[in-house]
Design a protein around this ligand. Structure first.
Ligand SMILES: NC(=O)C1=CN([C@@H]2O[C@H](COP(=O)(O)OP(=O)(O)OC[C@H]3O[C@@H](n4cnc5c(N)ncnc54)[C@H](OP(=O)(O)O)[C@@H]3O)[C@@H](O)[C@H]2O)C=CC1
Length: 400
């Protein structure tokens, strides 16, 4: 096994087998090698050494090159990445307890800390090296992926992913365009397909309400559900009406106007609601579902991670289980299904999304592109809210 046979301890960190490194060098374009005897390889990345506001983002010219620890992993050279609200939350310490529990011990430094931590979930790039069990990808393949938050992220020149998290990127998209999709697309896919049971064959004519249609998840969900033949209504600010309609929404309702619930009710009841907004929407939005017809409400705003951060993992899970269980039963009595939705990494789901992109049914929505040196400005922009699609980071590793 690669993981046990090829690892050796070198001063403070684990390094992959030197022979594997030689292979990596043969395939690599240009690597800087440090002068220490272990021939540690370095790469530029934006890292956190502690949690906090934007000031904790640090550009490090020389962070450790990621290592393939398992035979099913690949190293991707990152060409573009994009930001998601989870990057802001993680920068602030969200999920620290939970995510650290899931982190591979090999990726945590010997002091037992997750730092230096690299954020960024989306990647569009090129396979540079693959583990011994990987047959589907070879060096040079253009790929895209969303890396789960318990792994090191994509705001660095290279990232390691499991092969089953990766997919060949749509040929018609540039790296910048492709980086705008994986995390939001897989979140929507997981919520709609895995959680709500929606699919191409059962979606036609369904009435779907997307609460929060103008951001990353919303813009993807509008396009996916329209591609599958649904009738789509969304809530957003009035200045985003033409934007969401251009993506396919049949109706847009301004959530800032009074009596939003009444306005939505006049449009008829819904078969599925995806809640990207949270807050007090749950108090009124479930009454918009058609009862006793299998209608489902999926919310992406859940207290699971916050509970685990606050109460510890076992108690946080217990509290969350009780909360969701109580709500499921309460709403079932009214004839509707209530669910929590979560991002789930999946190369096979991305393959299905590639087909939709290739058919021209889904396009990435890029709001603004920042260079690699402007990552703090990109965080600031995302934190300012009012997203109209995605914020993409280009030129990763080039230092520009
Ligand atoms: N559970 C999970 O695993 C995941 C959860 N999420 C969560 O889903 C949410 C959406 O993510 P994402 O699309 O990437 O976020 P974005 O920041 O891209 O978009 C948020 C959008 O919501 C709009 N908005 C804000 N308030 C409201 C409101 N009350 N009603 C309708 N629209 C509103 C904003 O526009 P404006 O302010 O102009 O109205 C903005 O366009 C986030 O809270 C995120 O944390 C995302 C991914 C995974």
């Amino acid at each position: 096994m690669l993981q046990s046979a090829s690892r050796r301890v070198c001063s403070k960190v684990f390094f992959a087998d030197i022979s594997l490194r030689e292979n990596i060098f043969q395939n690599d374009i240009c690597r800087k090698i440090c002068t220490s005897p272990c021939r540690q390889t370095l790469m530029p990345a934006w890292v956190l050494d502690k949690y906090g506001n934007n000031n904790v983002l640090r550009f490090a010219k020389s962070t450790l090159f990621p290592i393939v620890h398992y035979p099913n992993e690949v190293i991707i050279k990152v060409h573009a990445s994009s930001l998601n609200p989870i990057d802001i939350s993680m920068r602030n310490g969200y999920g620290a307890a939970t995510l650290n529990m899931r982190r591979d011990p090999l990726s945590i430094n010997p002091a037992g800390s997750e730092f230096p931590l690299i954020l960024g979930r989306d990647v569009s790039g090129v396979i540079m090296e693959s583990g011994l069990d990987v047959s589907f990808f070879k060096p040079g393949d253009k790929v895209w992926a969303a890396i789960p938050p318990w792994k090191q992220g994509t705001l660095g020149e290279f990232v390691v992913a499991s092969a089953n998290e990766v997919s060949h990127k749509p040929k018609g998209l540039s790296h910048i365009q492709a980086a705008a999709l994986p995390y939001v697309a897989l979140t929507a896919w997981s919520a709609l397909v895995n959680t709500a049971g929606l699919k191409k064959d059962n979606c036609k004519g369904k009435r779907i309400l997307i609460l929060g249609g103008s951001g990353g998840v919303g813009t993807f969900t509008i396009q996916l559900t329209k591609a599958w033949g649904a009738h789509v209504t969304t809530t957003c600010s009035q200045d985003a009406f033409s934007f969401v309609k251009d993506l396919g929404a049949d109706h847009a309702v301004d959530y800032k106007t009074p009596h939003v619930e009444q306005q939505l009710k006049t449009l008829d009841l819904f078969d599925l609601i995806l809640d990207n907004v949270g807050g007090d929407t749950e108090k009124w939005a479930l009454s918009l579902l058609r009862p006793w017809s299998g209608a489902t409400y999926v919310t992406l705003i859940t207290p699971l991670m916050l509970n685990m951060d606050r109460l510890g993992v076992p108690d946080g899970m217990l509290r969350s289980g009780v909360t969701v269980g109580t709500k499921v039963l309460k709403h079932l009595r009214n004839g509707v299904h209530y669910r929590w939705g979560f991002f789930a990494p999946s190369g096979p789901s991305l393959d299905e999304i590639v087909a939709l992109v290739d058919e021209g049914k889904i396009r990435p929505v890029v709001e603004q592109v920042f260079s690699f040196s402007e990552v703090p400005e990109a965080f600031q922009k995302l934190e300012g809210g009012h997203a109209r699609g995605k914020i993409v980071i280009d030129g990763i590793g080039s230092g520009k």
